[in-house]
Design a protein around this ligand. Structure first.
Ligand SMILES: [Zn+2]
Length: 72
């Protein structure tokens, strides 16, 4: 994966990071990108069968705060 170098809005410097997901029991994980529209499930909250999932890396501009995300 190629890391972006500059903000697309203001050309400021970007810092790598991720959006934090706090699940039941305070377990921590990075946010994931999931393919397709969300389908509700009674037991799990959402059905994820057959949906591709990728961890999301998000870069933050030091200058303007713009967030740019990649799911590789
Ligand atoms: Zn910026």
């Amino acid at each position: 994966m190629i890391a972006p170098e500059k903000c697309t809005k203001c050309a400021g410097l970007l810092d790598e990071g991720f959006l934090l997901e706090v699940a039941h029991g305070n377990s921590l994980s990075p946010t994931r990108w999931v393919s397709g529209a969300p389908v509700k499930s009674f037991w799990m909250g959402l059905k994820l069968d057959g949906h591709a999932q990728y961890e999301v890396r998000t870069y933050r501009c030091r200058n303007c705060g713009f967030l740019e995300s990649y799911a590789n």
